[in-house]
Ligand binder design. Sequence first.
Ligand code: UFG
Length: 340
Amino acid sequence: MKKTVLVSGGAGYIGSHTAVELIAAGYDVVIADNLSNSDCSGVEGVRRITGVEVPFVEVDCCDKEAFARVFAQYDFDSVIHFAAFKAVGESVADPMKYYRNNLLSFMNVVDLMREYDRHNIVFSSSATVYGEPDELPVTELSPRKPATSAYGNTKQMCEDILRDSVAAYDSLRAIALRYFNPIGAHPSALIGELPRGVPQNLVPYITQTAAGVRECLSVFGDDYPTEDGSCLRDYIDIVDLARAHVAAIDRMTSGDATERYEIFNVGTGRAVSVFELVHTFERVNNLALNHKVAPRRAGDVMAVWADTRRANEVLGWRAERPLDETLRSAWEWEKYVRKL
Ligand code: UFG
C-alpha cells in the first residue's frame, strides 16, 4: 500500500533530496513550499530525477487557513517539516523574523495534524542545540546548551513544543532529527544547495570560489586547539541525510517506534577540519582553491561531531557516501548551476 508524506519546505535543499528518496522508497509525496528561499527548480529537479509529477502547492505554512487547504485536499498521514529560515547571522540581527516564521509555521503544522487527524511528524532539528559541547562526540543525551542565536533557539523551542504536544495528544508520534553539517548534492546534479547572496556555509563558499564567483575562501581561524588549528565538524552527505528521513518515516508508519517522541543524531560520527575539507575538495576535483586564513568567526564552536550509535542501531540508518564522492557532487552541482 502506498503511503503519502507531506514535505513542507520540499523545494529547498534538504527537502528536495528527501522527496527524491521518499519516492525511491515507494512513498507518494506532496510538496508544500512558499518559495521564500528557493524556486521551482527544486521541484522540477525532483520530478526529473524520479519521473513522477509530484504535486506542488505554493503555500506559506504561517498562513494557517491556506495551509489547512493542503490538509483538506491531500490524504497523507505523515509530515516532514523543513519549512523554516536557517541563516544563523540573520537570526541574530532580526530575531523576531525567525521566531515569527519558524515557531508559527511549526505550531500550525502541529495544530493541523490534530485537526485533520494526521499522526506522524519528523522535525528538522540541528546539532546547534548542543552548543559548545563538554564531551565529544555528542549523544542525544548530551545536554542542550543555551542557544547563541534566535535560529538555534527556534530549534530548541520546536523540540520542546513537540515533546509537550506528543505528551498531551495521544494521536501524535514524532521524531526529531538533529542534523550535523549537510553538504553535497544529488549524484544527478539536478538538485543541490542554492544559497541566495553570499554563502554563509563552508561548502557553497568553496564551490563558488572554485567557480570564480567568489575571489577567495576565508578559513575562519587556524589557532583553535585542534590538530591543524581549524574547527572540526561532522559533514553529512545530503543523500544520506535524506535517507535518514525515510528511515524515520518507515519507523513511525510501521509501528516500530518504541517511544512516541524520539530524537536521533544524523551525522557520520567523523570529525573533519576545515583545512581537511578544503584539501579533500582540491584533491578529488583536481583543482587548487584560492584560500587564506582569516580571524575566527564570532559564534563558531571549536568542535562538534555526532555519536551516531542510536541512529545506527535503533533507526537502522547509517551514513554511507564517502566524503570524496560528496565533495565531487558538490562541485558537479556548482558547475551545473553556473553552466561551466
Ligand atoms: N567556515 C570557514 N569559512 C567560511 C564558512 C565557514 O572557515 O567561509 C568554517 C566555519 O568557521 C566552521 C566550518 O567552516 O568552522 C563550518 O561552517 P558552516 O557555516 O558551514 O557551518 P556551521 O557549523 O557554522 O553551521 C552549521 C549549520 C547551522 C547549524 C550549525 C550547528 O549551517 O544551521 O551547523 O552547529 F546551526
